[in-house]
Design a protein around this ligand. Sequence first.
Ligand SMILES: *[C@@H]1O[C@H](CO)[C@@H](O)[C@H](O)[C@H]1NC(C)=O
Ligand SMILES: *[C@@H]1O[C@H](CO)[C@@H](O)[C@H](O)[C@H]1NC(C)=O
Length: 299
Amino acid sequence: MNGNGSEYLCLILLLLHQTSVSRPERFQVLGPADPVVAVAGEDVVLPCYLKPNISAEDLEVRWFREDFLVPVHLYVDRKNNFEKQSKPYTGRTALFKEELKTGNVSLKLLKVRGSDDGHYKCYVQMKDPQYDDDHSIQLSVEAVGTEPVISMEGYREGGIGLLCESKGWHPEPVTGSVIVQEGDTNRFTCRVQQQQLNQEKETEFHIPAEMFHRAHAWRVAFSVLLPLTALTLIGLAVLIHRQVKLLRKRGLLSQQLSDVSQQLDDVSAQKDLLSQEIHRASEEREETSAEMGKFELFV
Ligand SMILES: *[C@@H]1O[C@H](CO)[C@@H](O)[C@H](O)[C@H]1NC(C)=O
Ligand SMILES: *[C@@H]1O[C@H](CO)[C@@H](O)[C@H](O)[C@H]1NC(C)=O
């Protein structure tokens, strides 16, 4: 083959490649647009089919949730392959073997659980020529929960706190808390209702009247003790304040007393000084008169 020949070959290959890339529509994968509703514990069919209704026996059918590589169910090479199947679905999935011939690739899921709730993808792949399509289906699981369990939370402002718990409901788990007060019967009911399932469960709870009386006693004790304590504290504070004042006054008085005696001492000292001066003055006067006497003599 010469150089020109190999160029032609390349062109032909390229054209072939382009035709396979453009992917003419071989089939469509279809299913319901609305969610499929199932009750926990029962079986459900997730519908999915091909249009036109060509046989799916030689195609790959893969049902999966988030992870394409961990399928919920895998049918390939004309048989089911459970090797990579997602663990929670072990022994609970099947395709309708006879229906595959008419393009019905619906999935049967046995003993539905609350955890099965969510989005599923139905993926169908043709190997030759290469082609695939998929469809998303939502499974909504409704589960009836347990009988409600009521427990006491303890004494609360205005009564006794009751907690009501019921598990396993789907869509949502239910928890409720209320404060109850003494009534005629002291019987309290917690009722959990699921309208879609038309299901309800209830539990009754009885609180002995003494419980309320104890709650009441506590409240009374608090309402009496608290002001009493406050009053006592205030009284103590006043007493201490007064005592301190007295002590301070006493200190002041003794201070004043010592001041006064000090002043008395000063006064007596001054008196001594004065009498000394008076004495000296009288002596001086005698001396002067003596001198005067001399002076008279002199004259
Ligand atoms: C599938 O198509 C065939 C005709 O090719 C028709 O007879 C048959 O009823 C179809 N089946 C379904 C399930 O639509
Ligand atoms: C597919 O097969 C299942 C089980 O037989 C059936 O319930 C369902 O209606 C079929 N779906 C279609 C589109 O034929």
